[in-house]
Design a protein. Sequence first.
Length: 377
Amino acid sequence: MSRDGEQVIFIVENDKMHFRNRKLLQTLTVAVLLAYTILLVYQSFSTGVISHENIELHPNDEKIKSFRQRLQRHLSRDQLGDSDHLQNLENPATISPNLSPGEVTQVTMRPFTTSLNDLFISVKTTKHFHKERLPIILKTWFQLAKDVTWFFTDTNDEEFHKMTNGHMINTNCSSSHSRKALCCKMSVEFDTFIETDKKWFCHFDDDNYVNIPRLVDFLSDYNPREDWYLGKPSIQAPLEIINKDKSSQKVKFWFATGGAGFCLSKALALKMMPVASGGKFISTGEKIRLPDDVTMGYIIEHLLKKPLTVVDQFHSHLEPMKFIRRDMLKDQISFSYSKNKEEWNVVKIEGFDAKYDTNRFLSLHCFLFPETRFCPR
Ligand SMILES: *[C@@H]1O[C@H](CO)[C@@H](O)[C@H](O)[C@H]1NC(C)=O
């Protein structure tokens, strides 16, 4: 049937309707329309409120994502401590004031975090090297880790005691370079660490430059509640010694070179206590008749059966420093130097004249931290 036909039928039926019925139908229609309009208005208003809340609170929102990323960066940069060079960080509170405290807690709830204050840094030195080696350390990297760095020596030195704010420890060990004297110092370093509540023990020598922010950043990838022996060997194969106690049995183990620096987690250090604490490090060293760093490897790798994790960013003077590429310097944890028959093995870096900066530590420091006061602008 055609549309015209429909209309015809409708008009015919309409005509048949009573006048009062038509009036009622009109009123009903108006009422239904009105109700529908009210419903529409209410609905659009309420969805408006919901989507507004979405912007503020939905965790996947872009704004919060970017805030989280910025906060993460802030937290990791904060690990550097309050050094002069590492300022100008945004205040996270100003980034998104609408963020509820719950959101912030979620970001910081990582299984563990590492900051400079979690470290115990020991530097082994001797009275003969105070004047020659300590001033450059005190002028450079020590400034970034004053509160957590301790010097282990063999004399009372009032001058350096003051300069380090009392961070010189007289081990009362011999000042000779003998095996026993070296193990004696390591023993005191270890015992001193055990008495602290620090999470990491990092040992260095007085001819090391330590890239503090890099060290902290590096350690934050490891859990101090797990057993970690982090360092770098200086030999190509594990050391092989003969254990005279056990019918000349061969013993093989790796050890981290002390001259490059190494770190031990608190968990591992606690497990070492029966053979290393309270002076037992010395008797263990005497037993195998090997230096301090080798004794460390023997205790950890052989006695405790915990493997050394090789970290290439530690560098001792046994390596040629000039091969560390300039664009890789900032990623390295430690550097060293040595002099062999008038030939200096030093980091290759521009900066101060070699006359004033023979071991290149001043220049290296200015390269890594150009904002330092004594660095040229
Ligand atoms: C070294 O000897 C002095 C004097 O006897 C003592 O006070 C100090 O505690 C000793 N140091 C260590 C690390 O044992």
